[in-house]
Ligand binder design. Sequence first.
Ligand SMILES: C[S@@+](CC[C@H](N)C(=O)[O-])C[C@H]1O[C@@H](n2cnc3c(N)ncnc32)[C@H](O)[C@@H]1O
Length: 259
Amino acid sequence: MTKNTPELWDSVWESDWAPEQDKYDLAKEERGIRWRRIERIIREELASFEGLKVIEIGAGAGTNAALMAKRSATVTLVDYSSKALERARHFFAHNRLEANLLREDVLALPDHLLGGFDVAMSFGLTEHFSGDDRLAVNRAHFDLVRPGGLVFISVPNKWNPPYRIYKLVAQALGRWKVGEEYPYSRRELARLCEQLGVRQYRFFGDSTWGSLRFVNPLRIASRLRGTAETLDPASLRPERGSFLDPYLAYALVLCGKKP
Ligand SMILES: C[S@@+](CC[C@H](N)C(=O)[O-])C[C@H]1O[C@@H](n2cnc3c(N)ncnc32)[C@H](O)[C@@H]1O
């Protein structure tokens, strides 16, 4: 299995995107149930986004950080792939938003960043680590926030069948492009919290029904044909959640509070 390296991610982030695509992608995330759940928790726990210092690590385009920047948070993005940071620069510019971009390895973050944020988060980062690095990459989020700060870690769920089927088939066909990826269970995340001394934590998910996209034959065919999506944000409807999401959704999100 291909290792998680900056070169691998440079190849993933190679292509550029049109401004319309970036505006559409931001609007799509904003109508997604995962973002709406994150937004609700931040408003409940930290009152508002205004003045919040937020960091997204392994950020890629930095979509969720962009939604926080849109609500007046001060945003920092960290990635060790220069192509990912280039992608983020375009994504933020196309959406008329600002971010501080840092090229750093999340396993060797500079001291001046530690403890300086109200919120630290990642989406699709920590499943690419194994062995001792798996604990270390999760710890990095808690090291970045002040006591009482919030951490969001969104990872693929081991118990989401459509994703597991899609991954197996993509790997068998040689179409899996993102190297080593080990999904999580809630039990593993809870154990990590225990090891990190984090006692206040909860889980939520994105949409379980939405994960059927991984096995939707029409969608797969249109992706193979490279058929473009309609890029009209007005066509997007708010995604609906269900009681299954914290258990069976594709994205399993840990929200922890630093003691
Ligand atoms: C699957 S992408 C996720 C990107 C984005 N959060 C998203 O959801 O689209 C994982 C990102 O983590 C970055 N990454 C992986 N290991 C890293 C490390 N040790 N330090 C910094 N960034 C890392 C990669 O360069 C890549 O951009």
